[in-house]
Each structure stands twice: as structure tokens, then as C-alpha cells.
Design a binder for this molecule. Sequence first.
Ligand code: NAD
Length: 368
Amino acid sequence: MLKATPASIDGPRDAVDPVGVAVVGLGYWGPNLLRVLADKQDAQVRWICDLDHERLEKYGRRYPTAQVTSQLERVIADPDVEAVIIATPVHTHYDLAARTLEAGKHAFVEKPLAPSSELADELAELASERQRVLMCGHTFIYSPPVRTVKRMLEAGTLGDIYFISSSRVNLGLHQRDVSVIWDLGPHDFSILIYWLSEIPTSVRAAGRDSIVKGIADVAFVSLTFASGIIANVELSWLAPTKLRRTVLVGSERMVIYDDGASEPVRLFDRGVVYRDPETFGEYHLSYRSGDILSPTIESYEPLGLELGDFLAAIRAGQEMRFHTALARAVVRIVEAADLSLRNGGQEVPLDYAEIGAQLASRRQLALA
Ligand SMILES: NC(=O)c1ccc[n+]([C@@H]2O[C@H](COP(=O)([O-])OP(=O)(O)OC[C@H]3O[C@@H](n4cnc5c(N)ncnc54)[C@H](O)[C@@H]3O)[C@@H](O)[C@H]2O)c1
């Protein structure tokens, strides 16, 4: 159980004092975090850390004011480092984040938070005990089109949501340590929880390890929500083209969110009108096909807003309860989907205990 935590973490500090940060992991994703942090006035990159010396040398040349090391110990021993940004493979997340929090630093951990729900819960507990900010990199909840859809859902534009269907597929990048569910699933699961303000009650998954034995590279995940909404998420590293497309079908309207498209959100005034039968067995259906609207989407880099939110929470001495709870819920869903896949698609019920309440008590997310 998580302990009750005080509202404030640190006393107020000088708002213009940049947060001393370190970036650990400079593979595919870490350099994006590093670039964004190096541009931010409210952060100062003090260390970069990777086990790979060539990468350290490359980024050390690009960011000469940062010190370089392959050892987390050196990073967390520096009293000027307040926060550590972790972008390493999933199996290292718990160890690196736990050592960071134990050293009294704030931690930003790339998705998924930890390689099991037990370890994700332990990190949350540790952050709470040490009164440190713990955030997980669920970048899509900061993405402009995802936020546009969220606003439509909150305004009731779509009516009651019947179902959601999503495809997140491309050719590669095959991960060596985790299945495609652990790699790509967190994006869709975090978006669904954010949009619906609801966590699924059960999950089923089917998939295949087509290329590397034991590591599923394609998965079809079905989620059931207490409200009756169902969602299907297709995840794959084996596809001829990159596709990130979600369809939301509501009683009033429908939406297509296509992340790579020039018009990433399209709202369709389409649906079916059902009239109760006047005589037994005679019901009437008519199909409505109205306008298609392509709303203007704001333009900003989600990563900048996400890391800005993390730095602001540190400076404001606020916890990120919503984010920590979201990250824990996502790990539970991924874990259950992986279990279902290994058990031939068996339905796995999900139990969140106190996470639901924490998701409900969310602090306002940063706005662009
Ligand atoms: N938010 C997003 O959209 C997004 C996108 C891609 C990846 N990610 C996440 O970022 C993380 C990293 O993914 P990636 O594709 O960049 O992996 P990667 O394998 O390309 O890079 C990982 C790097 O971490 C280094 N590393 C490994 N163990 C280390 C340790 N103990 N100490 C220091 N460095 C260590 C490796 O040498 C490597 O350079 C994963 O959690 C992944 O899920 C997030």
C-alpha cells in the first residue's frame, strides 16, 4: 500500500533556479530528451551517462558543458544533480530509478515505468517515502492531436463511446528484452486511460513471435471497461508501412486520429439512428452521413511540454500523483496482456486497488 503523502515535497525555491539534471541512456530515445532539456532555461544538464563509450563521446562533444560517465554512482553523488532522466532498456528501469530515488533525487523514467507491476508499485512507494517526484515518459498524453480528441470527449461531441480500435504498427525496431506489448502497448494504454478517465477491468491478447523465438512481435490486445466500452489495440514490429491510427466510434459522431497524417484528427458526423419497433420484430435503422471536420491542431513538441511539467512539479514541490498512478496502471495492463498472450488468449481480470482513486485526484496537466 502506498502511504499517504504530504501535499508539498520541498519548500519553495527560487523559480528561476534551473533544475540540475542528468540523462542516463543515450541510445535511440535518450538523445531526444537530452536535446529538449539542453534547450530549456529551467534545466541544466550536468551529467550524461551511458555504458557505451562511443555514445558518451559523441554526445559529450555535442554537449561539452555536461560531464560524462558510465556509472550512475557518480551522477547521484553530485549534490547539484536534483533529477535523473532514465532512458535505458526496460529491464534496467527499476534498478536505476530505485537508486536515484534512494539518493534523494527526483526521477523521470521512460515508459514503461518498470518491468513488473510489483516493481512499479515499489518505485511509487519509494518516491512517496522519500517525497521525490516520480514521472514516467508517457509522451502521447502531451501530444496536440491526443489533446484535441480529449477535449472532444470531455465536451461530449461523440456522444456515448461504443468502441475504440487502434493500430500501432511499423517495420522494427525489434527490442531484445521485451515483447511488442511492452514496447508499443504503453502508448495506446496511456492514451486510452487519459481519454476515457477509466481503467480497463480485463484484458485478452493474442500474438506471435514470428521472428525471434519467445519475443512476440505482433499482438492483438482487447480491453474491456466497466462502462461497457471495448477497445482493440493492434501492435506490431512487422508491417509494410508505419501506421498510428485510432478510430473512436460514438453514438453521435466518430473520430479518426491518424498520428502521421497532415490532418491528424478528423471528426465525422456519421452514425446510425435506431428507432424502436412499432410492431413486433420491425425496427428501423437509418444511416446519418454529415460533415467531416478537420480541426486546427496546435503546434508544439510534446516532449518539451512533458519535461516542462516534470521540472515545474519539482520546483513547485508538488507530487505527480496522476502520472505515477497512470504509469502503474499501464504496467498492470501490459503485464496482464503478456500473461494472456502466453496463456492462449485467456481473459485476465485487472485489479487496481487504490490506483483508480489516485487517477481521479489528478493534478491539472500542463497546457501548451
Ligand atoms: N516516449 C517515447 O515515445 C519512447 C520512444 C522510444 C523509446 N522509449 C523508451 O526509452 C527507453 C530506451 O529505449 P531506446 O529505444 O532508446 O533503447 P536503446 O537500446 O536504443 O538505448 C538504451 C541505451 O541505454 C544504455 N544503457 C543500458 N543500460 C545502462 C545502464 N545501466 N546505465 C547507463 N546506460 C545504460 C545503452 O548503452 C543504450 O545506449 C525505453 O524505456 C523505451 O521504451 C520511449
